[in-house]
Design a protein around this ligand. Structure first.
Ligand code: AMP
Length: 214
C-alpha cells in the first residue's frame, strides 16, 4: 500500500500517519519530522532550512525531493505512508516520475479535511516532544505529567511554527501551493476525502475503512 496524506495544517496527518504505520505495518515518512530533525544539527544546510521552517514557508523543492527520494528507495516495494510530501504540483510530478521509474504508482491519496477554525485551535494547543516527536494536545490529549512526554520523558515544547503569526502563513502556503493537489489527484481517481473532525481513533477508523474496503 502506497499512501499520501494530504490536508491543511492541523488535520492530524502526523498523528494518523503514526497510527497507520502500526495498523498497516508500513513506514510513515514525514518530511516535517525529517526536516525538524535536520535543523537541530549545526550544518550550513540545517541553518538555511531552519529559516523556512521558522517562517512557515516551504523549503525548496530540490532539497525536500532529495531527502524523500533517499528514504523512499528503501521503502518503495514494501509500501509507505507519505505525510507532508508532495506539497505542490512540482513535487507531485517529481514523486510520480520517481515511482514510474520503479514501475509503481500511488494507491490512494487521503485528503483530510476540517474547518480552519477548528484547525487553528488544535495547532495552538499542540505540544511535541523535543526528543521523540510524539504529539500531545493540551486539552484533547494532554500528557500525564505537565509538559513531560509519556513515552520517553522528553520535554514537550510548542513548535516555532505553531505560534499564531506563523500558523497564518502556513495556511496561506497551503492555499497558494498545496490545495491544487486535490484536483491533481482527483483527476487521477486516487483521491479519498475523509473528515478530520473528531477524535483520532474515529478518524483512523474512517481512513482504514477506505484503504481496506473502499
Ligand atoms: P509539517 O510538519 O508537515 O507541518 O511541516 C513543517 C514545515 O516543514 C513546513 O511548514 C515546511 O517549512 C517544511 N516542509 C515539510 N514538508 C515540506 C515539503 N514537502 N516541501 C517543502 N517544505 C516542507
Amino acid at each position: 500500500m502506497r499512501l499520501v496524506l494530504l490536508g491543511p495544517p492541523g488535520t492530524g496527518k502526523g498523528t494518523q500517519g503514526k497510527m497507520l504505520e502500526k495498523e498497516l505495518k508500513i513506514p510513515h515518512l514525514s518530511t516535517g519530522d525529517i526536516l525538524r530533525e535536520t535543523v537541530k544539527k549545526s550544518t550550513f544546510l540545517a541553518k538555511k532550512m531552519a529559516k523556512y521552517l521558522k517562517r512557515g514557508e516551504l523549503v525548496p523543492d530540490e532539497t525536500v525531493a532529495e531527502i524523500i527520494k533517499k528514504r523512499l528507495k528503501k521503502n518503495v516495494v514494501s509500501g509507505f505512508i507519505l505525510d507532508g510530501f508532495p506539497r505542490n504540483i512540482s513535487q507531485a510530478e517529481i514523486l510520480d516520475n520517481f515511482l514510474k521509474e520503479k514501475g509503481i504508482c500511488l494507491d490512494r491519496v487521503i485528503y483530510l479535511e476540517a474547518k480552519e477554525k477548528i484547525l487553528i485551535k488544535r495547532l495552538k494547543d499542540r505540544r511535541i516532544c523535543f526528543n521523540c516527536q510524539a504529539v500531545f494536545h493540551l486539552k484533547s490529549s494532554p500528557p500525564q505529567r505537565d509538559l513531560i512526554c509519556d513515552y520517553c520523558n522528553g520535554r514537550l515544547t510548542q513548535r516555532d511554527d505553531d505560534k499564531e503569526e506563523t500558523i497564518k502563513r502556513r495556511f496561506h502556503e497551503y492555499q497558494e501551493k498545496t490545495k491544487s493537489l486535490i484536483d491533481y489527484y482527483r483527476k487521477k481517481k486516487i483521491l479519498v476525502k475523509i473528515s478530520a473532525d473528531g477524535d483520532k481513533q474515529t478518524v483512523l477508523k474512517r481512513i482504514l475503512r477506505e484503504v481496506k474496503y473502499g
